[in-house]
Every structure is written in structure tokens, then in C-alpha cells.
Design a protein around this ligand. Structure first.
Ligand code: CTP
Length: 398
């Protein structure tokens, strides 16, 4: 259900804390990875050890306690999390969130988090109905934070009123529904290749190309933004990949082929944005080639066409290829689409300096078996990546 979703679970001081143990366990059972952050008040009700035992992760409780010198814990959790769930959320914590206060482990981490947040309040009914609380909830709502309102029921005070935190299984169902609706690639596994492969000639030389990896890395970002689990198979690139991607580094086309094939079964979509060398030296010289003669002829042999090879073994994967062309863009692309048995082809013209390989911009045509579906203007690789991910999610969710 949650297929490796990284959930930061924030727990603040309410008797409903005990329900959050069940919530943590249920999320993990349904496939999520959970890290817990607790306020001091929460630790009066439930111990961090209880959450640590359930989640198999250290619980973050103290902003001054940094167990790993290589990381700043609140930033690390903020970046790691795909979603944040604040349950139970007390009136005090809701007020702090609405005002951007960052004075403990919970509030600093929440303030550092850009991703989706879900707040699950628990409090006395008078506190819930207080105009200050309602104002703060409205502020959170305006900030795009989802509120899972409490129900009317038996309160710790011994009477019935609105303020009771909804049950863990209801929280899990609501999270699933919301993510399914808002994230077009929620629960999808996307395999993306990027960068230019290197084919070694001898220990110090290789054949490669001008690919920077920018297009592939932008697609990784767009897919992660759409809620996908992304595995990036990257040939050498100077870029820093999205922290949420599972990154596998390769150098040669043969290594890339092996990794793609190994990961294909687990993928819903393969996007081959890598510039794979078409030829490689027929033999590798174990020793550095000396410049002893005036002329050196390199004998090259064709590499495997990864896309073509994958088409032979694929099941239901939606496969996207790229076509880098310098002439007859659409015509050549259509031939490639058919020859390589692709579902979609992104054809880009690499003959212009302002688009293509190392540029931040690109201009592409999206082509399927019916012809050109869409053509972009010269646009940022980021925008083009988002367009591609939109097309892919429309196709696979049909
Ligand atoms: N590709 C691949 N394996 C190769 C070469 C290319 O999987 N050995 C993939 C690329 O990742 C890209 C697509 O095939 O998605 C098209 O690559 P491109 O270089 O444009 O076309 P080629 O098929 O190599 O044909 P040509 O160079 O003749 O245009």
C-alpha cells in the first residue's frame, strides 16, 4: 500500500499518543519506512524506546543531541521524508506550526520540511472549539497542510465531545486516499537512466559523449515530485542526484544494461534518458597504450542496444526512449519508436547550441505509435521533465 514511502511521524503530548504506536506499526506493515520525532510532552505518555522498537529507527527528541556528526538530524529527517504525519497534534503544536515557531525537535524538523504534511489533532472539545485553535487550523489549511479533523466521542475528561483523535486505521486509509488522488505516480516504481556511458580503451582513456545527465536528473526530480519510487541508473555525471532516489552508479554500457535488466521486473516504467555509447573498443588494453607510432587505429564494435534488449524481456513496463537527432527529427524518431518497440519516444534536436546536451534547456517532441502527441517550445529541462512525467502518468493510470 505504501511501497517504501518515507513517513516522518511527529508525536506531541496527548493521551492519544498510545494510538500513534499502532499508527507507526500499521504504516510499517503497509510498506512505509517510519521515523518518529517526539515532543517532551509526548515522552511523558509513551517512551521513545517503544517507537524505536517498532520502527527500528532512532527517535529524534532533542535538538541538541546529534548522534551522527555527519548529519544535522532535523534537516536529514526533513529531506528524507516523503510525507509528514503529526499525530496526535495538540493545540499547542498546531499553534506553533501556524506561527512558524521552531523551538524543539518536532517544530524545527517540521519547519525544515517542504513535503506534504498531515495534521491529526487531539484535544479537549473546548480547546478544539476555541477561536484561536480554529484560526490556527485555518492558517495551516491556507498553507496547504491537510487536517484530519477529530471525531466526537469519549474524551479523557470523562465525557463526550469533539476532540478525539481519529483511529489509526482511519488515518492510514485517509493518507492512502489523499496520496492516491494528489500524486499521479504514487506507489509506482520508475527506473530512469541518465548520463553518458564510458567505454574504456586502456586504464586511462575511454570513449564517451557530451551528455551532462541534466535531462535524466530532471526527470528523476519530476517523478519523485509526482510520488514515484525512483531508481536512477547513472553513468558518470557531475550532478548531485535527488536524495530520494535509489542511485546505482555505472560506467559502461554493459554495466548499465546489467543493472537495467536486474531492476526491470520491479519497475512499472523505464525511462532511458542515458546517452549510451553505440560503439566500444573491440578490446581493452590492460596497459596504457604508448604513443610509439604516428597513427593509432581503434577497432570499435557495437554495444548492445539496451532498449532493444529490454523490449525482448519486458512484461508490462511502459518504456520511454530518447532520440538525439541532428536532422529529420520526427521521421527518424518514428523509425526508432517502432524498431525499439517503445511506448513513447522523446525526440530532441541536439544540433542547436541553446538546446540538447549540456544546456539547461531543451526542445522536444513526444511521439507515440500514432505520431507526434506534443511538441514543446525551447523550455527548461525541468519543465520538459514535468511534461514527460505528466504524459507517462496519464498513460499508465488510464
Ligand atoms: N540507447 C540504448 N542503448 C544503446 C544506445 C542507445 O538503450 N546502446 C537508448 C538511449 O538511451 C535512448 C535511445 O536508445 O533512449 C536512442 O538513442 P540514440 O542515440 O538517439 O539513437 P540510436 O538508437 O543510438 O540510433 P542512432 O545513433 O543511429 O541515431
Amino acid at each position: 500500500m505504501f511501497n517504501n514511502l518515507n513517513v516522518a511521524l511527529y508525536v506531541s503530548g496527548s493521551i492519544a499518543c498510545y494510538k500513534s504506536l499502532t499508527l507507526a506499526r500499521d504504516l510499517i506493515k503497509k510498506g512505509a519506512n517510519v521515523r518518529v520525532i517526539m515532543t517532551r510532552g509526548a515522552q511523558m505518555f509513551v517512551t521513545p524506546l517503544a517507537f524505536q522498537t517498532l520502527t527500528k529507527n532512532l527517535v529524534f527528541t532533542d535538538i541538541n543531541d546529534e548522534p551522527n556528526e555527519k548529519e544535522i538530524t532535523h534537516i536529514d529527517i526533513a529531506k528524507w521524508s516523503d510525507i509528514s504525519v503529526v499525530a496526535p497534534a495538540t493545540a499547542n503544536l498546531i499553534s506553533k506550526m501556524a506561527n512558524g515557531i521552531a523551538d524543539d525537535a518536532v517544530t524545527t524538523t517540521l519547519l525544515a520540511t517542504d513535503g506534504k504534511k498531515f495534521v491529526v489533532p487531539a484535544m479537549n472539545d473546548h480547546m478544539w472549539h476555541n477561536p484561536a485553535t480554529q484560526r490556527n487550523l485555518q492558517t495551516l489549511n491556507n498553507d496547504g497542510i491537510n487536517i484530519f479533523s477529530p471525531t466526537k466521542g469519549y474524551l479523557a475528561e470523562g465525557y463526550s465531545g469533539k476532540g478525539r483523535m481519529i483511529e489509526p486505521e482511519v488515518i492510514v486509509d485517509k493518507l492512502y486516499d489523499q496520496l492516491k488522488d494528489s500524486d499521479s505516480l504514487f506507489n509506482k516504481n520508475i527506473l530512469i537512466t541518465a548520463g553518458g556511458t564510458r567505454e574504456p580503451i586502456d586504464p586511462v582513456r575511454y570513449i564517451s559523449n557530451n551528455s551532462s545527465g541534466k535531462m535524466g536528473y530532471a526527470i528523476v526530480d519530476a517523478a519523485i515530485d509526482a510520488g514515484a519510487n525512483v531508481t536512477l541508473v547513472t553513468a558518470p555525471s557531475k550532478l548531485i542526484p535527488n536524495q530520494k532516489a535509489n542511485v546505482i552508479k555505472v560506467k559502461t554500457s554493459a554495466e548499465m544494461e546489467a543493472v537495467v535488466k536486474n531492476n526491470l521486473n520491479n519497475a512499472d516504467v523505464l525511462i532511458m534518458a542515458a546517452a549510451v555509447s553505440d560503439y566500444k573498443p573491440s578490446q581493452y588494453n590492460k596497459q596504457k597504450i604508448k604513443k610509439s607510432s604516428d597513427k593509432l587505429v581503434l577497432d570499435l564494435v557495437k554495444t548492445h542496444d539496451i532498449l532493444k534488449e529490454v523490449a525482448k524481456v519486458k512484461n508490462n513496463q511502459f518504456v520511454v526512449g530518447f532520440a538525439a537527432e541532428t536532422q529529420n527529427l520526427v521521421q527518424n524518431a518514428k523509425v526508432k519508436l517502432k524498431n525499439k518497440n517503445l511506448d513513447l519516444l522523446v525526440a530532441n534536436d541536439v544540433s542547436h547550441a541553446e538546446t540538447g546536451f549540456s544546456s539547461d534547456n531543451n526542445k522536444v517532441s513526444f511521439i507515440d505509435s500514432n505520431g507526434v502527441i506534443d511538441e514543446t517550445d525551447v523550455d527548461s529541462k525541468k519543465n520538459i521533465a514535468n511534461q514527460l512525467i505528466n504524459i507517462v502518468s496519464n498513460r499508465i493510470n488510464k
